[in-house]
Design a protein around this ligand. Structure first.
Ligand code: ACO
Length: 399
């Protein structure tokens, strides 16, 4: 690789790279991906090992501080997060100003931006104590905000967090407590959600993380940067794909057109229709996260005694695509989003909450990158160039 910033300064050349396909925006020591071989490692640890053995909070620590925490460090971290889950009562009223039809991702992003108004006195990006406190507050409060966005969308009262519960249990209770149907804190279910969160925790310079870094590079505080990252994640080509996958599967089921015909329409690029949950900018082999999610989907549905025809359609679709020249030539495989929706649905989450779950998962990665960027002496305000294609000079007509 070459250092383009030095080269272009010396030669006066500008590199044009739509979608930043060949441009690195930073050095980073957080996450390693080998897209050809389907390898993903956080701080050197294979994703498979972390998903099998670790927890969301332990991985969050690893991403942010570079090492696995000692048991004491993890216990203290967990305790701090439990003690910061409460939202200011005024912030709870903020939700009532939004329509109940609002997309939970918009609610989440707005409420996280609003957090900065409550903690203006402790959100200096250059004060390490402020950064520590803001990190804890975000990790503690964002799941609560997410659950309130869910409750708001179904017209139900918000619950106060129960800090005697673990991170994932508390989140499930905030979402499903007070429902007509009893909810389950079955350890298999809790572990499955914890594992899904781990799989989403970081993915180096994806669109939302790059957004968080770009906003942060201006000196904006962490709340504002994360709020912008949530908006970037919401698009269907990024985190919003998990919601789009389930809508696609449901359309295939309801239309009765069959998987084969649908795949033909995708190949003809009819109305720009894509196979959502397929393809990745970096992975040109199988996405290693998708492998783990697929196994989880089978285990969770079996554990809950659910037989969802959408999972069968997803498997049929994957098989069809993997055997087809169009997908083989373009090296398109299922990505992390392909099977997650089926699991979230089985857990009881409405489709519009799926990307919110992704956002909770990705939060530690966003924070880790924002912190890494702020500690890097090479960091500059992000400011891409353009190649101007408009009129060179014109004059306003005399009237
Ligand atoms: N279905 C059908 N065709 C596809 C798909 C797909 N899902 N993805 C890519 N292609 C085709 C493109 O049409 C293009 O074909 P062409 O050469 O005939 O024009 C070729 O494959 C290359 O695709 P690009 O769009 O150039 O690939 P890029 O790296 O820019 O995009 C992306 C990657 C956005 C993920 C794309 O594969 C896509 O839109 N997938 C569906 C949405 C999705 O699942 N997003 C989640 C990504 S993972 C994440 O963000 C968490």
């Amino acid at each position: 690789s070459i250092d383009l910033s030095t080269l272009t300064r010396q030669t006066g050349l500008t590199a044009l790279d739509y979608g930043f396909v060949n441009t690195a925006s930073t050095r980073s020591a957080i996450t390693y991906i080998d897209g050809e071989q389907g390898i993903l490692r956080y701080r050197g640890f294979p994703i498979e090992e972390l998903a099998e053995n670790s927890t969301y909070l332990e991985v969050a620590w690893l991403l942010m501080y570079g090492e696995l925490p000692t048991p004491d460090q993890l216990a203290e971290f967990d305790d701090k997060i439990r003690r910061h889950t409460l939202l200011h009562e005024d912030l709870k009223r903020f939700f009532s100003a939004l329509p109940h039809t609002a997309h939970p991702m918009s609610v989440l992003s707005s409420a996280v931006a609003a957090l900065s108004t409550y903690y203006e006195d402790s959100s200096d990006p250059h004060d390490p104590d402020h950064v520590e406190l803001t990190t804890i507050r975000l990790l503690a409060k964002m799941p609560v905000i997410a659950a309130y966005a869910h409750k708001k969308s179904i017209g139900q009262a918000f619950l106060y967090p129960d800090n005697s519960l673990g991170f994932v249990e508390n989140f499930l209770r905030l979402n499903f407590g007070n429902m007509a149907e009893p909810y389950s804190l079955d350890p298999t279910l809790v572990q499955a959600l914890d594992r899904l969160l781990i799989l989403h925790e970081d993915h180096e310079q994806n669109a939302s993380t790059s957004t968080v870094r770009l906003v942060g590079s201006t000196g904006a505080n962490l709340y504002s940067s994360i709020s912008a990252g949530i908006q970037a994640l919401s698009g269907p080509l990024h985190g919003g794909a998990n919601e789009a996958v389930l809508q696609m599967l449901a359309r295939i089921r309801d239309s009765g057109e069959g998987v084969g015909k649908f795949v033909e329409r995708v190949k003809r690029k009819e109305d720009g229709v894509k196979l959502m949950g397929f393809g990745h900018r970096v992975y040109k082999n199988y996405d290693p996260r998708a492998k783990i999610v697929k196994e989880s989907a089978d285990a969770v549905l079996e554990g809950l005694g659910i037989n969802d025809p959408l999972l069968d359609i997803a498997k049929e679709l994957e098989q069809f695509a993997l055997e087809d020249d169009y997908f083989q030539q373009r090296r398109l495989y299922p990505n992390v989003d392909f099977y997650t929706g089926v699991i979230y649905k089985a857990m009881g989450f409405p489709t519009r909450m799926f990307t919110v779950l992704f956002a909770i998962g990705r939060l530690p990665g966003w924070i880790a990158h924002w912190r890494e960027m702020n500690l890097d002496p090479q960091t500059k305000i992000g400011r891409p160039q353009q190649l101007y294609t408009g009129s060179l000079e014109r004059h306003y007509p005399a009237r």
